[in-house]
Design a protein around this ligand. Structure first.
Ligand code: PMP
Length: 386
């Protein structure tokens, strides 16, 4: 048989999945691993999708998505995030934020272009860059800086070859958040260098301690920023596969071309669900957010008390405890924790080299589930803390 694509063969499978395939073969495992809400999609949202089907809305929509939905998206972003986008020319509805990430890189990159990434980062970015023939350049984020991007680090990473910066705040896996003041310091560097910024804001609604801020709020660089967002996390809609991407007209037109050929249009019933979510779902978001907040507080407290130093994550539903005190590597820690106590977490290294010494714990689980997992982790580390 002839050889398959070398580019694709070189891509490593996700370190998250690998671990969970193993956990799934064991009995009595408590998982704190999966990055999706434990809540079901609020019923009125499901109902609107069902209603749309009963009305025969079972056809393709416009390539960019239902205009009504795009208008709601732009209204939502204006009122909640102070971001201004035109529904007709700057908005594209996608199959999850995942598609948006892929087509954003494909629309921007020429072979050899560099993309600055923050390490640790969400597992889908580097493969998307590689598939688009780009090259990743890493900036190591540090625990002592609360996993934020510092202006001097950005400045030092930019070269003539840099095409874009990929950011994700609130961040998966660290829970780190950037404030408006933090971003203010990056704006002149981005403006002067002319690089694009892809800003994955999928956890925007899950900002707990400060108002959500975005580089797209700065008029002077607004055209350089591509905003990725979606319904999965805020509205507990992972299975609907609905997201969107906001950008200037020219980039949006190029991304729409790719989307038109590979997708045609996002699923129609899911788009009707999204419409209802934006119109009437914000109260559901706030209820779920409050639950996440209680869980976060309990979890961070417990981890610190048992001796695992854990920064307070200001957003998402992840914590990123430092496990170095146990003398184990991230991989060893997770493997032994699974073997001995049947608790599944993700090694920090699944998100990049700087994740060594950390693990990612998701708290998109019930309080009882989290408490039981904490008891087991405490038991696991008690004999290992030196
Ligand atoms: N970005 C980040 C940071 C994520 O954590 C995820 C999901 N884990 C996604 C994008 C993709 O989400 P979806 O495709 O479901 O919108």
């Amino acid at each position: 048989m002839k050889e398959l694509s070398r580019k694709v063969k070189d891509i490593k499978p996700s370190g998250i999945r690998k671990f969970f395939d193993l956990a799934n073969t064991m009995e009595g495992v408590i998982s704190l691993g999966v990055g999706e809400p434990d809540f079901n999609t609020p019923w009125h949202i499901c109902e609107n999708a069902i209603y749309s089907m009963s009305q025969g809305k079972t056809h393709y929509t416009a390539n960019r998505g239902l205009l009504e939905l795009r208008q709601e998206i732009c209204k939502f972003h204006k009122t909640r995030y102070n971001q201004n986008y035109d529904p007709e020319t700057e908005t594209l509805v996608t199959v999850g934020g995942s598609e948006a990430i892929d087509i954003a890189f494909r629309a921007l990159l020429n072979p050899g272009d560099e993309v600055i990434m923050l390490d640790p980062n969400y597992v889908a970015y580097a493969p998307a860059v590689e598939l688009a023939d780009g090259k990743c350049v890493m900036i190591q984020l540090k625990e002592e800086n609360d996993f934020k991007l510092l202006p001097e680090d950005l400045k030092n990473a930019i070269t003539d070859k840099t095409k874009a910066l990929m950011i994700n705040f609130p961040s998966n896996p660290t829970g780190g958040v950037m404030t408006y003041e933090d971003y203010e310091k990056l704006v002149p560097i981005i403006k002067e260098s002319g690089i694009y910024v892809i800003s994955d804001e999928i956890y925007a609604e899950l900002s707990f301690d400060q108002e959500f801020a975005s580089l797209a709020q700065f008029e002077e660089i607004r055209d350089q920023v591509i905003v990725i967002n979606g319904f999965s996390k805020a509205f507990a809609m992972t299975g609907w596969r609905l997201g969107y991407v906001l950008s200037n007209k020219e980039i949006s037109a190029q991304m729409t071309k790719i989307h038109q050929y590979i997708i045609m249009s996002a699923p129609t019933a899911a788009q009707y669900a999204g419409l209802e979510a934006l119109r009437n779902g914000i109260d559901d978001v706030l209820v779920m957010k409050n639950d996440y907040l209680n869980r976060r507080n309990l979890l961070v407290n417990r981890l610190n008390r048992m001796g695992l130093k854990t920064n307070m994550p200001h957003g998402t539903f992840y914590v990123f405890p430092n496990i170095q005190i146990t003398g184990l590597s991230s991989d060893e820690f997770c493997e032994k924790l699974l073997e001995e106590e049947k608790v599944a977490c993700v090694p920090g290294t699944a998100f990049g080299e700087s994740g060594e010494g950390f693990i990612r714990i998701s708290y998109a689980y019930s309080l009882d589930h989290i408490k039981e997992a904490c008891d087991r982790i405490e038991h696991f580390i008690s004999s290992r803390i030196k």
